[in-house]
Write a protein that binds this ligand. Structure first.
Ligand code: CUA
Length: 318
């Protein structure tokens, strides 16, 4: 009979995560046994009316107190360190990770590869490569769950979340939405397909992708009129965007923020929130005008112009 208790281990953290779970279970079982086995034994041994030696025994109390405080403290702090270490690994995407964007909406997962390939409820990835997902939601809270990879991330409207993994097993595995998100939540399922790297390259070509995400973003950058102000040659005074991504940005308040995906998103939707030092709030909000897909494309475009033309020193405060 096929009765799997655990999904397959298909990512670099899956095995570590299972070992940790077993470690926690075994230690909890031992702790419980240490308390309950003597308790039940004494329950019978010293039952009222039963003949037993009841002369009080004197233990060195301080020694006992110290021992049963120190030993569990060491053991359980060790468990915390073990878990925290794994959490640290899961939560921090390596810088060389390849990025794929995911938009959750009622009730599907829309996935876009940087090369421009799009898919719905399916995610093709190459084996053995670090992959970072940038997740957004178009409507309500969803949760992106890959049980065989032992990773899960809530996808909350109005912000970006990230998730990273390295697949180490070929095959097709479940992809679920694990947060109740409306009538067809249970149908918001799909699969992740792990392919050998060369087959993945072939798959990318085969999909006959149109323009890449960054190219699409550049088109939007013009059609939404962003280029009307954010280009050096124009007379309107707007912060230049070349080389912006990943850099610290000085704000009017004297603080600095890093121009990550979240900052770029906020700057497009809520331009009044973080005003760049030396500029005034002249930009209209694009809230309600841009879909999550388009926003991601614009951001992809801003990223693409960040590594080609580094920002000039002092360019933001001329
Ligand atoms: Cu989306 Cu549940």
């Amino acid at each position: 009979m096929n009765f799997p208790l655990f999904p397959p281990e298909a990512s670099q953290v899956a095995h570590d995560s299972d070992v940790l779970l077993w470690g926690l279970l075994i230690l909890s079982a031992i702790t419980m046994a240490v308390v309950f086995v003597p308790m039940i034994y004494f329950l019978f041994k010293y039952r009222r009316g039963k003949k037993a030696d009841r002369t009080p025994v004197h233990f060195p109390e301080t020694m006992i107190e110290i021992t049963w405080t120190i030993i569990p403290t060491v053991i359980f702090t060790g468990l915390f360190a073990w878990g925290a270490n794994l959490y640290w690994t899961i939560e921090r995407p390596p810088p060389d990770a390849m990025e794929i964007t995911v938009v959750g909406k009622q009730w599907m997962w829309k996935i876009e590869h940087p090369e421009g390939n799009r898919e719905i409820d399916e995610l093709h990835v190459p084996l053995g490569r670090n992959i970072k997902l940038l997740l957004a939601s178009q409507d309500v809270i969803h949760s992106f769950f890959l049980p065989a990879f032992r990773i899960k991330q809530d996808v909350v409207p109005g912000r970006y979340s990230t998730l990273w993994f390295k697949a180490n097993k070929l095959g097709t595995f479940h992809l679920f939405c694990s947060e109740y998100c409306g009538t067809h939540h249970s149908a918001m399922v799909g699969s992740i397909i792990v392919m050998p790297p060369d087959a993945y390259q072939k798959w990318l070509m085969q999909g006959a992708p149109g323009p890449s995400m960054a190219q699409e973003g550049e088109r939007l950058f013009r059609s939404y009129g962003c280029s009307g102000c954010h280009v050096n040659s124009t007379s309107i005074h707007a912060p230049p965007l070349e080389g912006l991504y990943g850099r610290p940005v000085p704000l009017q308040t004297g603080q600095f923020v890093t121009a990550d995906e979240r900052y770029l998103r906020d700057s497009i939707l809520l331009p009044a929130k973080d005003i760049v030092a030396g500029y005034t709030n002249d930009m209209p909000s694009f809230q309600g005008h841009l879909s999550e897909d388009d926003l991601l494309k614009l951001i992809e475009y801003l990223k693409s112009i960040s590594d080609t033309t580094p920002q000039k020193e002092g360019a933001e405060a001329k």
